[in-house]
Design a binder for this molecule. Structure first.
Ligand SMILES: NC(=O)CC[C@H](N)C(=O)O
Length: 362
C-alpha cells in the first residue's frame, strides 16, 4: 500500500509501505553500509530514529536468527530503495517485510534514498514521519514541529536488572546503555566473566561486584541525557580500568570535564577511516553516532586524543593521562562492518592485567 514519508522541511516522498501500517515519527538518519542491514536495524543506538540506507537493495539475504544486535529492535522506522521480496541465503528465515510486520515497525520502500541522504547532508538531521496517504501534510508538519523528540531512550533500551554472562577469566562489569550484543560476544569470546548492569547503576553498586574492569557500552540519544551515568563514571575513574564505546566514550568525556556536541548529520556506516595518532595507522571502522566530543574542550581536561576521523577530523578516541581508561567513538565489535579495531578488546584486557600489578597503568 502506498505511504508517504514527510520531512520537517516539507519534502514529501511517496513509497510502498511494508511491515507495520502504523504512523511513526523520528529523527531521520542515513547509514552508508553496503551490507549489515540486520545488525543496523537491531542496534539499540538507533532508538527513536528512522533509518535510511544508501545502499539500494536491502533484504536480499533476508533476516536470520544469528545476526541480531538486540532482542527487540528499537528503531522507529526503516526507509529503503528496494526491499527484496524473495531473499536468497542459506541462513535466511524471514523476509524484511515479514520481520517488520512481526515487530510492528513501519517500513517504506521505493524511496530515492540517495536524494533523501543529500537532503539530510545539506540540512542536517531532520525529523520525519512515515504515514498513510490520507494524512494531511500541513497537519503532520505542525505535529512534528510541536513534538519534542524523546530524551529517555537509554532508559527504554537498557536492561532493567543485572544479569551474568559467565566466563572463567577477568570479571568485567558491562554498563548497558543500549548495548549491542557484539560487545558482549567479544568479551565472552575472551572468556571474561561479564555482569551486565542497568544504565543507572551507581559506582558503589558496581564496585560491590568486585570488577577487574568496567566497560561502558554504546547507546542511543544525547550523552547529556544520562547525568547519573556521568556521575557514576566520575566516581569510578581511577578505581578500576575502564573501556568505553560510542555513547560510553561520550559519557566518559563528559565525566572528565570535556564537552559533547550534536553533529550535523553524524557518522553512520561501515567504512569510516580512523587514524591512531601514536602510530599513524588507519583502521576502517564501523560507526553510528550523531554526537561527538568537542576537540577544543579536551585542553582543560586530563584527557588525550588518541584517534581522529580522517573524513572530518573529529575526535574518535580518548585516553586518560593519569587513570587506566580509554574510549573510542567507533565500534571495535563491528557487527556490522570491518574488524580492524577488534584488538582494542585485547588492549582493555592488557590494561586490566597491568592494573593488577600494583598501579602500573600504561
Ligand atoms: N552508537 C552509539 O553509542 C551512539 C551514541 C550517541 N547516541 C550518538 O548518536 O552519538
Amino acid at each position: 500500500m502506498k505511504r508517504q514519508l514527510i520531512l520537517e522541511d516539507g519534502t514529501v516522498f511517496i513509497g510502498e509501505g511494508f511491515g507495520s501500517g502504523k504512523q511513526t515519527m523520528g529523527e531521520v538518519v542515513f547509514n552508508t553500509g553496503m551490507t549489515g542491514y540486520q545488525e543496523v536495524l537491531s542496534d539499540p543506538s538507533y532508538c527513536g530514529q528512522i533509518v535510511t540506507l544508501t545502499y539500494p537493495l536491502i533484504g536480499n539475504y533476508g533476516i536470520n536468527r544469528d545476526d541480531f544486535e538486540s532482542i527487540h529492535p528499537a528503531i522507529s522506522g526503516f526507509i529503503v530503495k528496494e526491499a527484496a521480496e524473495y531473499p536468497s541465503n542459506f541462513r535466511h528465515q524471514q523476509s524484511l517485510a515479514e520481520y517488520f510486520s512481526m515487530k510492528d515497525i513501519p517500513g517504506i520502500a521505493g524511496i530515492d534514498t540517495r536524494k533523501l541522504t543529500r537532503i539530510i547532508r545539506k540540512a542536517g538531521t531532520l525529523k520525519g514521519t512515515i504515514c498513510s496517504m490520507e494524512e494531511n501534510v500541513a497537519e503532520i508538519l505542525e505535529k512534528m514541529k510541536a513534538t519534542k523528540l524523546r530524551v529517555d531512550q537509554v532508559k527504554q533500551v537498557s536492561t532493567k536488572t543485572p544479569y551474568p554472562s559467565p566466563g572463567r577469566g577477568r570479571r568485567v562489569v558491562l554498563v548497558d546503555f543500549g548495548m549491542k550484543h557484539g560487545i558482549l560476544r567479544e568479551l565472552n569470546k575472551r572468556d571474561c566473566d561479564v555482569i551486565v548492569v542497568p544504565y543507572n547503576t551507581t559506582a558503589q553498586e558496581i564496585l560491590n561486584l568486585s570488577p577487574d574492569g568496567i566497560m561502558l557500552s554504546n547507546g542511543p540519544g544525547d550523552p547529556k541525557d544520562v547525568p547519573q551515568a556521568i556521575e557514576m563514571v566520575r566516581e569510578i575513574l581511577g578505581k578500576v580500568p575502564l573501556f568505553g564505546i560510542c555513547l560510553g566514550h561520550q559519557i566518559f568525556a563528559l565525566a572528565c570535564g570535556a564537552n559533547t556536541e550534536k553533529m550535523k548529520f553524524g557518522h553512520r556506516g561501515s567504512n569510516h577511516p580512523v587514524k591512531e595518532l601514536a602510530t599513524g595507522k588507519i583502521a576502517i571502522t564501523s560507526q553510528n553516532h550523531g554526537y561527538s566530543v568537542d576537540e577544543a574542550s579536551i585542553t582543560q581536561t586530563d584527557l588525550e586524543i588518541t584517534h581522529i576521523a580522517l573524513n572530518d577530523g573529529t575526535v574518535e578516541g580518548l585516553k586518560h593521562k593519569v587513570h587506566p581508561a580509554f574510549t573510542v567513538q567507533y565500534h571495535p565489535e563491528a557487527s556490522p562492518g570491518p574488524e580492524d579495531a577488534n584488538g582494542l578488546f585485547e588492549q582493555f584486557l592488557t590494561l586490566i592485567e597491568m592494573n593488577r600489578q600494583e598501579g602500573v597503568y600504561q
